[in-house]
Design a protein around this ligand. Sequence first.
Ligand code: 5AD
Ligand code: SF4
Length: 472
Amino acid sequence: MSHRLYIETVGCQMNMLDSEMVVADLRKRGYELTSDVKVADTILYNTCSVRAHAEDKVYSALGTLKLMKKRNPDKIIGVMGCMAQKDQQVIFKRAPYVDFIVGPGQLQQVPDLIDQARLGEEQQMAVGLGRREGSNDDIKRSHETFDPLRDPTMRPTPYQAYLRIQIGCDKFCTYCVVPNTRGPEQGRPPQQIVEEAKVLADQGCLEITLLGQTVNSYSYTDGQGKTTRMSDLLKMLHEVNGIKRIKFVTNYPRDMKQELLETIRDLPKISPYLHVPLQHGSNDMLKRMRRGYTVEEYREMMHLIWDTLPNAAVSSDFIVGFCGETDEEFQTCIDSVREFRFKNSFIFKYSEREGTKAESMLIDDVPYQVKQERNNALLAVQNEVSEAENIKFIGHAVDVLVEGPSKKADKLEQNGPLKQMVGRTHCDRIVVFDGNERQAGQILPVSIYETTPFTLFGAVVTQEAGPEVYAL
Ligand code: 5AD
Ligand code: SF4
């Protein structure tokens, strides 16, 4: 009988992609996926360390497995990803029945670790960044062999896939644990990325989302000294037949250069959607966060974006309640959301992380209650802005990549041919319309007649309706 694998993934898109690779690797070896942890003989958690909340969730899930492992000692439990790299032995202290932990740079070892655990090996640990021990070449090689493994069933939809172009991060923002868990920044070789994009296109992907912690800082220098930058890579990927849309996250403000924006403008497959986290609206706070730019520089970048790509949607991340944040300083975040008119913002309450500069140098002095209030206040303003920006779409048609039935359609248990379908515009806005499941995987023109801060509602444009005014 084949093995049954249960896998749970928390955290960012990079983690979702890592899980896809691990599942592909295990399927090749005869594993089947199950969504029921009780029937699984192999249980994996792919973990995130960016905020304490994500870690607490995993420790509590591990807690629930204690009894199960006692009754069925043959079940193999593995903890993968950022928490494994960051906590290492701590995981075994808190959950001694975990069989192995494996860092984000060692995921290709998962099948061996499982086999060894089955043979009775206890508390195995495969972690390491190559920052001190091992050379950068070691990490590069391990990712090069591992990344092309893909498993279409683990994708967001059959038409969309993530594609890693860069690993790690060197920016060392003071609050952030990522450079400690994912190691130094490295671009993958461009030829490999293009090959992988071709494989994805052959498998039916219409949209690829390029992933990197600071994706627009992408750079790769080959043996002959030839350097490929983000704009060069986009031009190469634009040639891949079958791919209709190319997105990329997450961008670093300082590297959002004119040349890159012009490349986006000139290549129709590149989505005019830019996630460029501002993180804070005050220069003092940005300095304490060591983000490497001022609000004035960010503003200049926004003007460059608006001038070059007038239709672009820009989204941001914010951290509220970071060390020493006063009411006045917080207010600058509100002002910047109003000024920069982000499509949406992901807002996070500061969560102190072990091993970061902020933990050792600054005091986490904003009470939780205040963080919560500031989070709510900023979200309310962002929602106002999102709503005002979305209303502008009413009366316009947009090209929607149809992803499938909406969650609401599932809830409504619509059984007839007419279903509420969901998809996204080129600029990453969510669109809901009445359609049918056969439309999934098509790019259709949809005319928008209603909006909320989060969604555009519309109807597929029919021939009879006549010409439409198009938006992106
Ligand atoms: N606390 C809260 N939010 C954080 N982020 C990163 N580190 C922390 C932290 N310690 C947020 C940043 C980043 C996003 C992925 O997570 O806004 O852009
Ligand atoms: Fe973390 Fe800053 Fe790197 Fe983003 S750029 S992953 S916030 S250290």
